[in-house]
Write a new protein. Structure first.
Length: 245
């Protein structure tokens, strides 16, 4: 385990300078957000500290547990209970930080740990600074997602993450299949994620399932799950017969 005390002020500033250089060369064009090193009071920001810690000895990065990160941050913010910055720096700010427990392909990282993968590419699926609803041009939509599937992150014309013998082909996917495939309702999905049962789900802009598009699909669930759903709805509607007048 890396002794956090070795990252003194000078070490932090040197690593941050390296981050700035890679950000300027490779990542700024994708809209990746570089956290400020200092806040208005002259203290290191938590985001910068976490990114610096994960970037230690880059490109020879290492797996870091949340507990280790928290211990390091407490050296500057003693009242910190739980460090969430690593996850936010990935999906929200665009840094390719692998989080354990997400069925990762590029690195094997245990649940509750993180590892910086590269400073030369943005986090898969990170959008290039503008919302998908601002464009109805297919090429611009794909570019906004860095030419990756919004759901699994596989890159267009490259081997699929889950089926490496298959070339990734991006297709127009419905965010909500109950609405037309038009501006504001399109996400790029690979041919695997945009499969036949896609009309059963509603996706958000990140390609995540957020609800059912077809209520009848609950019939395909296991009996135990259907019973749970039944109890929830029975309580919500107070046992009212839906066919009663």
């Amino acid at each position: 385990m890396l002794d956090s005390l070795t990252l003194n002020k000078k070490s932090i500033e040197i690593i941050y300078k390296t981050l700035c250089e890679f950000h300027e060369k490779y990542l700024i064009s994708f809209g990746v957000k570089l956290p400020k090193l200092y806040d208005s009071k002259g203290k290191f920001t938590k985001d910068a500290l976490v990114l610096v810690y994960l970037a230690y000895d880059y490109p020879n990065t290492r797996k870091v547990s949340k507990e280790e990160l928290t211990k390091f941050i407490r050296g500057y913010y003693p009242n910190t209970n739980d460090v969430q910055q690593a996850r936010h720096l990935g999906a929200q700010a665009g840094w390719w930080i692998v989080a354990g427990g997400r069925d990762n392909i590029v690195l094997k990282v245990e649940r509750g740990s993180y590892q910086l993968y590269t400073l030369e590419q943005p986090y898969p699926g990170f959008k290039n600074g503008h919302r998908i609803s601002e464009t109805d041009n297919w090429e611009e939509i794909k570019e906004a997602y860095n030419f990756r599937c919004a759901t699994c992150g596989s890159q267009e014309n490259k081997p699929h993450f889950h089926w490496p013998a298959t070339k990734t082909i991006l297709q127009k996917g419905h965010m909500n299949p109950n609405k037309p495939l038009i501006n504001g309702n399109i996400i790029p999905q690979c041919q695997k994620c945009n499969r036949a049962d896609r009309n059963r789900w509603v996706y958000d802009e990140k390609g995540r399932v957020i609800k059912l598009a077809d209520g009848n699909f609950v019939k395909n669930f296991d009996k135990e799950v259907r019973e749970v759903i039944y109890r929830v709805l029975y309580k919500e509607f107070k046992g009212k017969n839906p066919y009663a007048k």
